[in-house]
Design a protein around this ligand. Structure first.
Ligand code: HEM
Length: 223
């Protein structure tokens, strides 16, 4: 009788341990479909865009959005806009902030985002354009350089493929027109990304990028 009770207790304990281990691994979000780590250092991870601070406290996104009108094209009173060179596959900006603090905040934003991309993370993972850009940066299809001189921030992006150039070009249009121009940061540019991906310049990379997007994309309201 005593032996039977001991066996039942052992059975229940083993079952409990199995259940606990199973629940633990499914709730940690330690890996994604492709086994890559998620962005556990930001609240709600990178897919959560319910509020503008969810990219992480160092992104300065709320500051940039609130002060979007305090940035101008260098030497003019116009909204900052990129200077594009399709044959060199490069994009250059010289952005003038109204204060040195504003320039520093923008410089910090760029450093923060570049670090994320180089660490194989996905800011704004619900938006295919940002996913494509992350893919391009991590796989070294473009580089970014940033310099600051007082209130001026000089940004240069150089792509190595025509497909990567189209991606950084579309991203720069969104930054210029919606982010700086309107302070509007919730538009989804996925259809722009799909058109770029379907174009002939992305033929060679199409399959790899589609696989990447499928394994990384999150729902807009996911937490
Ligand atoms: C909606 C949230 C935002 C996200 C997820 C985001 C993310 C990014 C990423 C991933 C990059 C590219 C970094 C690189 O290529 O190394 C970037 C660049 C940049 N961002 Fe943001 N950003 C956001 C909002 C803003 C806002 C509100 C502004 C300004 C009002 C801004 C201004 C810029 C500028 C000027 C660049 C460099 C130019 C370029 O890459 O085309 N961003 N951002």
């Amino acid at each position: 009788m005593k032996k039977k009770t001991w066996k039942v207790t052992l059975g229940i304990s083993l079952l409990t341990v199995t259940l606990l281990v199973g629940c633990g691994s499914s709730s940690t979000n330690a890996t994604r479909g492709n086994g890559q780590g998620m962005d556990n250092d930001s609240p709600g991870h990178m897919g959560n865009q319910g509020d503008s601070t969810s990219e992480g406290s160092g992104s300065n996104i709320p500051y940039l959005r609130n002060n979007h009108d305090n940035y101008k094209e260098h030497g003019s009173n116009q909204t900052p806009s990129p200077v594009k060179n399709i044959s060199a596959k490069s994009i250059n900006w010289t952005i003038s902030a109204s204060t040195e603090e504003g320039a520093i905040k923008l410089q910090e934003h760029l450093a923060f985002m570049e670090k994320r991309l180089l660490n194989n993370q996905n800011p704004r993972a619900w938006d295919k354009l940002f996913l494509m850009e992350a893919y391009m940066k991590y796989n070294k299809y473009y580089t970014t350089s940033v310099e600051r001189s007082g209130t001026n921030v000089i940004v240069s992006k150089n792509a190595t493929t025509a497909c990567a150039y189209e991606v950084i070009s579309a991203h720069s249009d969104a930054v210029s027109g919606d982010f700086f121009g309107k302070g509007e940061i919730m538009i989804d540019y996925s259809s722009t990304a799909e058109a770029i991906l379907a174009s002939s310049v992305c033929k060679i990379q199409r399959e790899a990028i589609n696989t990447y997007i499928l394994s990384r994309q999150m729902k807009k309201d996911s937490r």
